[in-house]
Design a protein around this ligand. Structure first.
Ligand code: SF4
Length: 325
């Protein structure tokens, strides 16, 4: 993460981009992009050091509404783009914005394998249980038996638990937020971006156009006998921290609690930081152990042409080191 070192302080407005926005009125996406603007400025980031990488879907448009660098990639492919950007230039702060369909459907292979690498990027999942951009088909987070308004009958596929999938894949920071609780979402986004490894933030969000079951009224618990918000902060007794000194017994105990809390989905849905694991090297650190010149010669820092425009790239050193090891 690169912070501003000079007097210039960037505000949330500096991270906004006034492009025409075609998200539907009331969409939870607005809360998420608002939280991203605020989180970037509160972290003291320079917009020129931040990259937002979108997939395909309503969420994939997020880079257009950020005032920093952005890439709108292919369906299910924002993770490979983000990985390449981060490894080419580790000074950048890189965030993926993708839906549950993009990340857990067509992009599931990338989701699992980036976990094995612990690349220092943040993945914000816009989790609304439907494919909103293509008229509301069931996404991987919609539970079996539920029938949202576009479906001809109840969903006959089981749902994936995105947080359990992130845990099993090796993500080292895992949290859950809600798009209508922007204050908490700013804190969670900041914590995810500041984590020196792979972070996953599952953001529950209403899709008022196609998900007529889990609406903002439902999340507000207005259907309950004694209405109260379903999304609530994790119990204070919950400890998300794991480091190199955590005993195996405590890791197992955390895993049990993690599983219990992420499966709570009813009149109470816990939000907050579920795991913060600093015991695992990130991918750039692993590369540095293998290629000792990586820190000084990351691809983005290489001078690739002479004054006449002729290529002067010399990868000999890198290949030699790889061969030796
Ligand atoms: Fe938001 Fe749903 Fe509209 Fe997409 S279709 S912009 S997710 S409300």
């Amino acid at each position: 993460m690169t912070t501003t070192t000079e007097e210039k302080k960037y505000t949330a407005k500096d991270f906004q981009q006034p492009n025409a926005n075609d998200w539907c009125p009331g969409c939870g996406d607005f809360g998420i992009i608002n939280a991203m603007h605020q989180a970037c400025s509160k972290l003291g980031l320079d917009p020129s050091s931040v990259v937002t990488v979108g997939g395909i879907g309503c969420s994939g448009k997020a880079p257009y509404y950020m005032g920093n660098y952005g890439v709108h990639t292919l369906h299910g492919r924002p993770i490979p783009f983000a990985t390449g950007i981060k490894l080419a230039n580790p000074d950048l702060t890189v965030t993926v914005t993708a839906g549950d369909g993009d990340g857990l459907g067509i992009g599931a292979g990338h989701f699992v394998n980036v976990g094995r690498r612990n690349v220092d990027i943040t993945y914000l999942m816009f989790d609304n249980e439907v494919y909103g951009l293509t008229k509301g088909q069931a996404a991987p987070t919609l539970a079996m038996g539920l029938q949202t308004k576009s479906l001809p009958g109840p969903n006959i596929q089981m749902k994936l638990n995105p947080m359990m999938m992130a845990y099993a894949s090796g993500f080292t920071w895992i949290g859950r937020g809600y798009s209508y609780n922007v204050k908490q979402l700013v804190e969670l986004t900041m914590a995810a971006m500041a984590h020196p490894g792979l972070a996953f933030l599952d953001v529950l969000q209403p899709c008022p156009t196609y998900n007529d079951l889990h609406t903002k009224e439902w999340y507000a618990g207005k259907d309950m006998e004694a209405p109260r918000p379903r999304v609530q902060a994790l119990d204070e007794s919950y400890n998300p921290h794991i480091d190199a000194s955590t005993s195996e017994e405590d890791v197992l105990s955390h895993a049990r609690r993690f599983m219990e809390e992420t499966h709570r989905w009813g009149n109470e849905i816990p939000t907050g930081v579920f795991m913060e694991n600093t015991s695992v090297n990130n991918f750039a650190e692993r590369i540095r152990e293998r290629v000792t010149t990586y820190a000084e010669q990351t691809p983005a820092r290489k001078v690739i042409e002479d004054s006449n425009g002729n290529s002067n790239v010399d990868l000999t050193g890198i290949f030699d080191e790889l061969a030796v090891n």
